[in-house]
Write a protein that binds this ligand. Structure first.
Ligand code: URA
Length: 263
């Protein structure tokens, strides 16, 4: 069938798709779903004929994913074991759309642990947190207070992770359910890394660790998570969009440096 769209309308539609985040092919080649044989189309749902089978199925479905996450996380006795546990955890659907599990970067013995939100496109591709534009800004911010994710000496290094280890589709905000499901892994991650200070980048990290939102109010003031000082800061992606907020970020970096001097 000949398309009725003129060039400009087709381009506008493509631009709209890009803006909505549909910027990658999921398969190597397009699939013409009209040409698929009947057998490969999804079968209509059948009513369940056997009540016992239905009962057995609902018992399996009722396994609480948060409880399962808690058990796996609790059982991990090292960072490597925690990463393995995460890789085997199949209750969070985000993993289905992600290319890589993004676990950490930096020095695991660093005094500072930085917690971001979730991988974006670059992080998903490379399997490392904060390697895109926001990550470059984060590196510059750390350099300004003589810290680096690449430092060999732990006292000059940072350890970096995210609330979620898988990229949400189209970089959407993580849902409350996703944060709750993955929280046990994050809590265990903090316990195993045992930092002296935690930096929370943005609202999602504050929600996951402090169960609070409102980064404008929270930033720049230390709180505690299990006796560890916690400093909420603006997320570097927010700073890229709002350069005037860099002034506050600089203030918070100096606070962090000061706290490290006191330890
Ligand atoms: N934003 C985050 O919060 N984490 C990343 O890893 C990248 C961007």
């Amino acid at each position: 069938m000949e398309s009725q769209l003129d060039w400009h309308s087709a381009k506008a539609l493509l631009d709209w798709q890009l803006e909505m985040g549909a910027d990658e092919a999921i398969l190597d080649a397009p699939v013409d779903r009209y040409a698929l044989p009947e057998a490969s189309k999804p079968a209509p749902k059948q009513p369940i004929a056997h009540p016992q089978k239905a009962q057995a199925r609902s018992a399996v479905e009722e396994i609480n994913p948060v409880e399962e996450a808690r058990q796996i996380a609790k059982g991990a006795q090292s960072l490597a074991a925690l990463e393995q546990g995460l890789a085997g955890f199949d209750k969070c659907d985000l993993r289905l759309g992600a290319r890589n599990l993004v676990f950490c970067d930096g020095h695991s013995e660093a005094p500072v642990m930085i917690i971001g939100e979730a991988p974006g496109r670059d992080e998903d591709l490379q399997g490392k947190p904060f390697v895109g534009r926001a990550g470059h800004l984060l590196d510059k911010m750390l350099k300004a207070i003589a810290l680096s994710r690449c430092a060999q000496d732990p006292s000059e290094a940072v350890y970096i992770t995210n609330v979620l280890p898988w990229r949400p589709p189209q970089n959407r905000d993580p849902s409350v359910e996703e944060i709750d499901m993955m929280r046990p892994f994050l809590m265990r991650h903090i316990e195993l890394a045992a930092p002296q200070v935690i930096v929370l980048m943005g609202n999602i990290a504050c929600q996951a660790v402090l169960q609070q939102r409102g980064i404008r109010r929270l930033r720049g003031q230390f709180q505690k998570w299990q006796d560890i000082p916690v400093l909420p800061m603006y997320h570097p992606a927010y700073l890229l969009r709002n350069p005037l907020a860099k002034r506050d970020a600089w203030h918070d970096l100096l606070l962090l440096r000061q706290k490290m001097g006191e330890m």
